[in-house]
Every structure is written in structure tokens, then in C-alpha cells.
Design a binder for this molecule. Structure first.
Ligand code: RAM
Length: 359
């Protein structure tokens, strides 16, 4: 049975509590939030690294967007890991990467269903906070993966790679391709996306280095992880800035749409494009000379680690505190500051290695 406060919250949500309420109730995730350890784990109990791994758990995956191939691959990784660990996987989620209130409802649905844990990729840093806290107060373990919420609103964040590395290396990749000179733009996902905004923060910081004195970031456009909108935004960028030398698109949906636009235009091979894409999406654009190099992690490994982190939390092996370690799929992971667990380093793909990857 649900506790009555929870029932009341759900009823309020069903009655259409405004998004603004959630936004005021919760602050946004910034690099600084992570520095001050206000993670939910900071107040959690002691973990026992030797506790047995629990079986028969139900874990819900809630991606930013269900019909995005990146999340299909990531969540399959989670499903496989849960099957291996003797637990049950389920997936719920909106079909648009800007349906934040939809994500909130899905968190509440999973809470009502009394899952043991959930892995969530947040469309917005603050909007899910109230619902996620409600889930945690009902004993549900909450892990964010791919895109974080406020550290106080989840037990741990499974990060695809160091956000700083990702932001800086994307600028480095592009600057090399344009000879450290010219106007550049960013084609991002949703304007609220925690992951893209964190990476963009590091991109801007990287651009402050004097070696980029002749590189100018002229615009950040948002394609909302929608293929058509991303295509149109790329077209718009080039209409507005015909001298543009390069684009960074730190989203698998965005980079694919931008590559599609460039490869069918007179800009092919003249305007450089890099960012985060899947090798399967980008192979033909690398082969036809539209794209030289881009990067990504293996999404299936991210989903795998998210699932294993939820199970380790539910088993009491970790609480999400900095310094705790746990074994996941043969590797030992250490929880970093703010409850962040890094999957590893991303791979840079180019014409030489792209055929060695299939995702
Ligand atoms: C898109 C999503 C996701 C991001 C990848 C790189 O699929 O925005 O959150 O991590 O791109």
C-alpha cells in the first residue's frame, strides 16, 4: 500500500500541479552543486560492501526519450545486466526529449508500482526533484544515468565519462579540424538538458584558452533531440552565419541530423562537424567526407553500469557516498564527489577505426 502523503502527492500531480512548483522547489544542477556534497547519499546510512547481491528486484529505466536509438541501446544494456543478476527490468518514458512533465509522471508511476529502484536520465536538472525525493522516501533507490538531477534528489549518478573531458575534447577536436580559426556554433539537444549544458559549460571554458583566440562561438542552437528540428536548426545556423567553419553537436540525434544536412549541401567537407554520435549513425558521413572525427562511450555499458549500481544500492553494498567502492561486471568502481560514478573514457571514432564498432 502507498503511504498517504505519497497518495496525496500523486493526486496533486494528477490534478495538474504546475511544473513551476517543481522548478521552484528544486535548484538546478551545476558544477558547483556537485562540489558541495549535498548528495542524498551524504545523509544515507552505512554501506556493507560484503552484503549479498539481492535477487528478484524490479528496476525501472526512465530515459529522456524512449524512441531515441541511443537510449534503446543503453537500456538494453540495463536489461541484460538485470537478467544476469536475477532481477527484473522495465522501461517507461516519454517520446519527446522536452516532455519534462511526462517524465515526472513516469517517476510517480514507478513509485506507485513500488519498484525497488529506478535509473533515470533527467531532461531537466530540477523538475524531477520532488518526485525523485518522494521515491527515495518510499525506500526506492534512485540512480541517474546519462543526465543528472540535483545531487540531493538521487542516490548516485552514473556518468558516461568525465563531463570536463567531454566538453574540452570536443572543442579540441573541432579546433584542430578548422586550423584554430573561424566562427563555430553548437547544436545542442533540449535547452534544459543537464548533460549537454554541463558539457557546453566546459566547452566555453576551454575556448578561453589563448590558443583559441581566433575561434569564436557565435551561437548555441537547440534541436531538442528531434531529427527534423535539429536538421532545420543546422540549416538556420548556416543561413545566419554563412562563414561558419564548424559545428559541435553533443547529441547523437543532433550530430546525425547536422551530418545529413551538411552532406546534402554545398557545405559538405567545408564546414567541420564533430560532437557525440553513434558509430552506426555516423559511419556513412565519415566515409563520404562530411565528418572527420567524433566521440562517444558505449551506451550499452552505461545502461549496464546504471543497472548494477541500482542493485548494489538496493543490496546495501553502497549508499552512494564518496569513496565507497563496488564491483560491477568484473570492474571495481569508486564513487566520486557528489555521488558520481564515471564509466570511463570515451572513444574517438574516425575513418581508421569506425568499422571496428557496431552500436
Ligand atoms: C542524445 C541524448 C543523450 C546524450 C547523447 C550523447 O542521445 O541527448 O542524453 O547523452 O545524445
Amino acid at each position: 500500500m502507498l503511504t498517504s502523503p505519497l497518495r496525496r502527492t500523486c493526486a496533486a500531480l494528477a490534478a495538474g500541479t504546475s511544473l513551476a512548483l517543481f522548478l521552484t522547489a528544486c535548484g538546478g544542477t551545476t558544477k558547483n552543486d556537485v562540489k558541495a556534497d549535498n548528495s542524498a547519499a551524504a545523509s544515507a546510512g552505512k554501506a556493507d560492501p560484503h552484503a549479498a547481491t539481492k535477487k528478484g528486484l524490479t528496476v525501472g529505466f526512465l530515459p529522456k526519450q524512449v524512441n531515441n536509438p541511443y537510449f534503446t541501446t543503453a537500456d538494453k544494456g540495463g536489461r541484460k545486466a538485470l537478467a544476469e543478476l536475477g532481477s527484473t527490468y522495465k522501461e517507461v518514458g516519454p517520446s519527446s526529449a522536452t516532455d519534462t512533465s511526462g517524465q515526472v509522471s513516469y517517476v510517480n508511476t514507478l513509485t506507485q508500482q513500488q519498484v525497488d529502484g529506478m535509473a533515470v536520465s533527467a531532461q531537466d536538472p530540477g523538475a524531477l526533484c520532488t518526485a525523485l525525493k518522494q521515491a527515495m522516501s518510499n525506500g526506492i533507490k534512485v540512480v541517474t544515468y546519462d543526465s543528472d538531477t540535483d545531487p540531493g534528489c538521487r542516490n548516485a549518478f552514473v556518468s558516461q565519462a568525465s563531463a570536463e573531458d567531454l566538453g574540452r575534447t570536443e572543442v579540441q577536436l573541432l579546433a584542430r579540424q578548422i586550423g584554430y580559426k573561424g566562427d563555430i556554433a553548437i547544436l545542442s539537444a533540449a535547452q534544459t538538458a543537464t548533460n549537454q549544458n554541463t558539457w557546453i559549460g566546459y566547452m566555453k571554458d576551454e575556448l578561453k584558452d589563448p590558443k583559441y583566440k581566433d575561434v569564436r562561438l557565435v551561437k548555441i542552437a537547440y534541436g531538442n533531440d528531434d531529427a527534423q528540428q535539429s536538421f532545420q536548426q543546422t540549416q538556420g545556423l548556416l543561413q545566419e552565419h554563412p562563414d561558419l567553419k564548424g559545428i559541435i553537436s553533443p547529441t547523437t540525434v543532433g550530430i546525425k541530423a547536422a551530418a545529413q544536412y551538411l552532406s546534402g549541401s554545398t557545405y559538405k567537407g567545408k564546414v567541420a562537424l564533430t560532437g557525440l554520435g553513434t558509430p552506426d549513425d555516423m559511419r556513412k558521413y565519415v566515409k563520404n567526407g562530411t565528418v572527420q572525427a567524433f566521440e562517444l562511450w558505449d551506451p550499452a555499458k552505461l545502461g549496464d553500469l546504471a543497472a548494477r549500481t541500482v542493485v548494489a544500492l538496493a543490496s546495501g553494498q553502497i549508499s552512494g557516498k564518496e569513496g565507497e567502492t563496488f564491483r560491477a561486471g568484473g570492474t571495481t568502481y569508486t564513487i566520486g564527489r557528489g555521488g558520481v560514478i564515471n564509466l570511463g573514457r570515451p572513444t574517438v571514432f574516425d575513418a581508421k577505426n569506425i568499422d571496428g564498432f557496431d552500436f
